[in-house]
Design a protein around this ligand. Structure first.
Ligand code: BTN
Length: 252
């Protein structure tokens, strides 16, 4: 049985026991012209080479968490609108998990899922462009669900740690995929505006004076907005500046 067959009309839902990385698997298959339709979901019970943003590893205990990738084909977007996909995915995860986790849930710019000051999940989007044309987006999502031991990972958390009960991974996956489908169609049919509002409302640290690390220098500032292209806009005593990913980070 395939409960996901209607997701974005994707024909495939593939579960792999152990794989290097679901993103790598999907990209490799696509490079060999695998006929994967939009909405194809690759889920792994275990990843031994899970990847995060900026070359980080994504560690996840075998069988405990959600590690999956979804194929999108956002050919209706211009490559300069790439950040819209980040927004769609963040908002979709936020809305799917909000009934469980409530007010403490937040989106940490550009695309981490936080509860309070701890990281619950991350997203790694890899776009496949051909010349000026945007062909495919491999959207990798890792959500900590039932893992309890995060020794070595200083600010990670899981749903089980927060809610003291186990969750069935495929049930959560289904809710997440439905939410992604909904938000993706919202982008397609109504544009980005409303999704952008939810993204900003959920933004971790918005309008709070916080310490940031700017190339090794610690400074106080206040996130005031996120630009359409995804740059973070931070105010320092009345002077605002824009940052790309990796140019600025919170000091916890
Ligand atoms: C981050 O927070 O840095 C992003 C983490 C993304 C992890 C997911 S797990 C499924 C997919 N496969 C990978 O190798 N990475 C993403």
């Amino acid at each position: 049985s395939n409960t996901f067959s209607s997701f974005l009309n994707g024909q495939k839902f593939i579960t792999l026991k152990s794989i290097s990385s679901t993103n790598d698997y999907l990209k490799e298959e696509l490079s060999k012209s695998a006929p994967f339709s939009e909405g194809t979901v690759i889920m792994a019970e275990e990843q031994f080479g899970g990847r995060g943003q900026s070359g980080n590893k994504w560690l996840s205990e075998s069988g405990k968490n959600l590690t999956f990738s979804i194929l999108l084909k956002p050919s209706f977007l211009n490559p300069i609108q790439q950040f819209n996909i980040n927004i769609v995915i963040c908002v979709a995860i936020y809305e799917a998990l909000y009934p469980l986790l409530g007010e403490e849930l937040a989106i940490k710019w550009p695309n981490d899922i936080y509860v309070g000051d701890r990281k619950l999940g991350g997203i790694l989007i890899e776009n496949i462009l051909q010349g000026n044309e945007w062909r495919e987006s491999v959207v990798g999502i890792g959500i900590n669900v039932n893992q309890e031991d995060f020794s070595g990972l200083k600010n990670a958390c899981s749903i089980k740690e927060l809610l003291h009960r186990e969750y069935i991974l495929t049930d959560l996956l289904y809710d997440l995929c439905k939410s992604i489908e909904k938000c993706y169609f919202q982008l397609k049919n109504q544009g980005i505006a409303d999704l952008q509002l939810v993204y900003k409302k959920a933004l971790y640290g918005l309008n709070e004076v916080r310490k940031f690390n700017l190339e090794g220098v610690s400074v106080e500032g206040k996130i005031i907005d996120v630009a359409d292209d995804g740059q973070l806009i931070v105010d320092f005593n009345g002077h605002s500046a824009r940052f790309n990913f990796k140019e600025i980070e919170f000091v916890f």
